[in-house]
Design a protein around this ligand. Structure first.
Ligand code: KIV
Ligand code: ZN
Length: 539
């Protein structure tokens, strides 16, 4: 269950030396508290490395601007994560700038920047991290035979040399260097151990063992970590990290299996977002550690903030949380069957292993109605991790009253959407009005009014349905070649008075642009999503 070795004698903020002494360290390495006393028992600390803003943000349609990323980073800091992977600075000027700004905005967590095993990547990452109070470069290379042969057309020996080279180069800029062995999940254990030993010698402080393709079985992944713990010289000097993808739905199970075999850093994302089927979800790992005391593992996560940050990320990234998602899904604590309801009423623990309040779900305050005041809206936003200034709150409240007129109950998703509405004020093109005829046996006709940087334009068009007609009318005004590539309408809750969310991808000039909107009128939401995408290329 728990490795005999202490992973890292000196880990930031916490260190443990079972049976002899316990010492608390500041990130500077300064001792602030030391207890030289025999202790029998002490839980191990699992470091939480959040990659929502890097691996999570790689998901098409989930891109955030720098202001939004700072908002998420600050919420992650409040949540208590140890490390924030803020981006891949060499990949774009936007990513570089986000790492710079997050470094300035965040105080306690270590800020990490990703690189390939390429000197220029590392130099650029170091530059982006210049303002971070605690900085880490995350560099690495693929180690499976698939990567070595097909991606690099190289040999195992050459890859070890490159691995040593990138860690040594990163050490010239920062003390804290994390190495990733990409596709470690499918890398032969003996060779992986040689790579890990070599990069520890070169100065790596954290070794990341990613199951990049989400292929491993939990027993197999746990055995891999155990093999490294037992066969790599110098392993006690570093922290072993897990980074599991969810392609076969085993990311969390693999992470926990890795932890049970000695890993002491878990790489995770909020809501488990990430490439393809996603990454291990932060909320699941945090609640497993909290619920299963026999694991002897503690994290620094303030679990009462989990629900708020889940909603914040979902709303900013326009990425709905599946209703049955563990811990933060809408139905995670809803008991609908009569037998369950009866059991829960008699004793909550009959069917609930987690008190909803422990993850920040306050059942009594979820629903707002038209009679709720501005203070109630402000409080609800605060619980969800959003504090608006007076003007933004006034605007959100106006929207709230309009929406509450159409919809009986306003829930958290609605509230977050209202809070996000103020972003539209900065857009160049806005929908002024929309009128559409639709029905059976008639041809739909739409008339549309657009406000483009203060100037008004109108057009009328017909189509094979109301959305087609509205989009044709907008195209008549904008006059660019644009094709709707993807179009998805989703209801947030149940009921015919619900809000419809529209995700749309529009192709223009060989590039795809993502648009989003939400409205109780799905034709209006579709037109707004189309305009949202256009705003990304018409400046
Ligand atoms: O999945 C993966 O292997 C990664 C690495 C870049 C750490 O995201
Ligand atoms: Zn990944």
């Amino acid at each position: 269950m728990q490795s005999e070795k202490t992973n890292r004698e000196k880990s930031e903020g916490f260190t443990r030396n079972k049976g002899t002494s316990i010492t608390f360290l500041l990130k500077s390495g300064k001792v602030i508290f030391s207890l030289k006393k025999k202790i029998k028992y002490m839980s191990d600390r699992l470091f939480i490395f959040d990659t929502t803003l890097r691996d999570g943000e790689q998901v098409p349609g989930c891109q955030l601007n720098t202001v939004e990323k700072i908002e998420v980073a600050k919420a992650l800091e409040e949540l208590g994560v140890d490390v924030i992977e803020a981006g891949f600075p060499v990949s774009s000027p936007g990513d570089f700038n986000s790492v710079v700004e997050i470094s300035k905005a965040v105080t306690w967590p270590t800020i990490c920047a990703l690189t390939r095993a390429v000197e220029n990547d590392i130099k650029v990452a170091a530059e982006a991290l210049q303002y971070a109070k605690h900085k880490r470069i995350h560099t690495g290379i693929g180690t499976s035979d698939y990567h070595i042969k097909y991606k690099f057309n190289s040999t195992r020996e050459e890859i070890i040399e490159r691995a040593i080279g990138c860690v040594s180069y990163a050490k010239k800029f920062v003390e804290d260097v994390q190495f990733y062995a990409e596709d470690a999940g499918r890398t032969d254990n003996e060779y992986l151990a040689r790579v890990v030993e070599a990069v520890i010698k070169a100065g790596a402080t954290v070794i990341n063992i990613p199951d990049t393709t989400g292929y491993c079985l939990p027993s197999e992944f746990g055995a891999k970590i155990k093999y490294l713990m037992e066969n790599v010289k110098g392993i006690e000097k570093v922290t072993i990290a897990t980074h599991c993808h969810n392609d076969l739905g085993m990311a969390t199970a693999n992470t926990i299996s890795g932890v049970m075999n000695g890993a002491r850093q878990a790489e995770v994302t909020i809501n488990g977002i990430g490439e393809r089927a996603g990454n291990t979800s932060l909320e699941e790992v945090a609640m497993i550690c909290r619920s299963h005391k026999e694991l002897d593992i503690v994290t620094n996560i303030n679990t009462t903030k989990l629900y708020g940050i889940s909603r914040l990320v979902s709303s900013l990234m326009n990425m709905p949380v599946q209703p049955n998602k563990a811990i933060v899904g809408r139905n995670a604590f809803a008991h609908s069957s009569g037998i369950h309801q009866d059991g829960v009423l008699k004793n909550r623990e009959s069917y609930e292993i987690i008190d909803p309040k422990d993850v920040g779900v306050d059942e009594n305050s979820i629903v707002l109605t038209a009679r709720s005041g501005r203070a109630a809206l402000k409080h609800r936003l605060h619980v969800l991790g959003i504090d608006l200034d007076k003007d933004a709150l006034d605007k959100a409240y106006e929207g709230f009253l309009r929406l509450a007129d159409k919809k009986k109950e306003i829930n958290d998703d609605d509230v977050l959407m209202l809070a996000g509405k103020h972003h539209s004020a900065t857009r160049r093109i806005n929908l002024d009005f929309l009128q559409v005829t639709s029905g059976v046996g008639i041809h739909s006709v739409a008339s549309v009014g657009l406000d483009i940087a203060g100037e008004k334009f109108e057009a009328c068009a017909s189509g094979n349905g109301p959305v087609d007609a509205a989009i044709s009318a907008i195209k008549q005004i904008i006059r660019r070649t644009m094709t709707v590539k993807e179009f998805l309408i989703q209801a947030i809750n149940k009921g015919s008075n619900d809000i419809g969310k529209v995700h749309m991808t529009v192709e223009h000039d060989g590039n795809c642009y993502y648009g989003f909107s939400a409205n109780t009128d799905i034709v209006a939401a579709s037109a707004e999503a189309f305009i949202d995408a256009i705003n990304k290329f018409v400046h």
